[in-house]
Design a binder for this molecule. Structure first.
Ligand SMILES: *[C@@H]1O[C@H](CO)[C@@H](O)[C@H](O)[C@H]1NC(C)=O
Ligand SMILES: *[C@@H]1O[C@H](CO)[C@@H](O)[C@H](O)[C@H]1NC(C)=O
Ligand SMILES: *[C@@H]1O[C@H](CO)[C@@H](O)[C@H](O)[C@H]1NC(C)=O
Ligand SMILES: *[C@@H]1O[C@H](CO)[C@@H](O)[C@H](O)[C@H]1NC(C)=O
Length: 309
């Protein structure tokens, strides 16, 4: 099973990765936003308790794109895109924000007073809802404490993980007693979340399906050793994420060079070129020739190839 901490890190790293998309290598093109099955929305919470106080961070993710965050000082939802709001009414938004405010406020009582956790400790909560074609929606919540699985929620019931020990047992017993709370949680996962997914698919379509061409250039990096050169093929600013970068000589792919940097003997750099494939290029690979020598490169059986150095 997925560890929420790992998920969280992955999600936190992704935007950085995208922004500084530099030297990225994904050999097999695949797209996260082809709206393949399942389409998912995740709410991630990361809380730390230290010195008698809590710091809560929250974010909302549509697939791998962050669409929402939580403003701790005002206790309100921040919409990162105009379409992140979906078709939610003002009343429903205020109810949701109130619900999250209460939820965060209850942490002190629940984890510290009732479960008697002694600080400092970290808490990660991942609430996911997934839309599977044909099979409807699947919603679940996973809670990890100190990076270790603690309890999960599915089908209106909280269940402890074995490694959560007696505290997890107790937590689930307490939460399952509170029918109003489990009903609410279930409603969020089975009603609010699926509606949001539909709205995001609708409203975010133009954004998620956009194509942005990569900017590319070549440079030499720090010399890897005497008589050697490091050739660097820079590829940045593109969308979506999958991109393919390879060094070639003539028509020949250089074996083991599915990477943006290449260490070569100084005399062997001439004739090398960096080839970039990306969905925005419509099958016309970019080919950048080292040293600016312009050779024509047939692009994968496609019509032609733009050639830039
Ligand atoms: C803990 O909080 C108290 C009261 O806010 C403060 O005086 C103290 O310096 C804090 N200790 C640490 C280690 O941050
Ligand atoms: C968060 O709320 C505070 C207080 O209302 C406000 O000043 C601040 O601009 C908000 N931050 C964001 C990122 O919306
Ligand atoms: C939840 O219910 C579905 C069908 O209603 C079932 O297939 C699934 O196994 C249940 N999951 C758990 C964790 O009980
Ligand atoms: C959201 O609202 C817009 C316009 O108000 C409407 O066109 C669209 O179909 C709605 N989307 C959903 C998923 O209900």
């Amino acid at each position: 099973m997925k560890t929420p901490l790992f998920l969280l890190l992955l999600h936190l790293l992704y935007p950085l990765f995208l922004l500084s998309a530099h030297n990225i290598l994904v050999p097999e093109p695949h797209s996260l936003f082809r709206f393949e099955d399942p389409v998912s929305f995740h709410l991630l919470q990361s809380s730390t308790y230290n010195n008698h106080s809590w710091v809560h961070q929250g974010s909302g993710w549509f697939g791998e794109l962050q669409t929402h965050s939580w403003n701790r000082s005002s206790g309100t939802i921040i919409f990162l895109y105009p379409w992140s709001r979906g078709n939610i009414s003002n009343k429903e938004l205020m109810d949701l924000e109130r619900l999250f405010q209460l939820y965060f406020m209850n942490h002190q009582d629940f984890y510290i007073s009732q479960l008697m956790f002694k600080g400092p400790f970290d808490l990660q909560v991942a609430a996911d809802c997934e839309r599977h074609s044909g099979k409807g929606f699947l919603g679940f919540v996973q809670v990890a404490i100190q990076g270790s699985d603690f309890m999960s929620f599915q089908n209106e019931t909280w269940s402890p993980y074995p490694m959560g020990g007696r505290k997890a047992q107790k937590a689930c017993n307490l939460l399952n007693l509170n029918q109003a709370y489990t009903n609410r949680k279930h409603w969020l996962l089975s009603d609010t979340c699926p509606r949001l997914i539909s709205d995001l698919l609708d409203g975010g379509k133009a954004h998620l399906q956009r194509q942005v061409k990569p900017e590319t250039w070549l440079s030499s990096g720090p010399s890897p050793g005497p008589g050697h050169k490091l050739l660097v093929c820079h590829v940045s600013g593109f969308y979506p994420k999958p991109v393919w970068v390879m060094w070639i000589r003539g028509e020949q792919e250089q074996l083991g060079t599915q990477r943006a940097t290449l260490d070569v003997a100084a005399g062997e750099a001439a004739g090398l070129a960096c080839r970039v494939k990306h969905s925005s290029l419509g099958g016309q690979d970019l080919v950048l020739h080292w040293g600016g020598k312009s050779l024509t490169q047939a692009g994968d059986g496609m019509k032609g190839t733009s050639s830039r150095a």
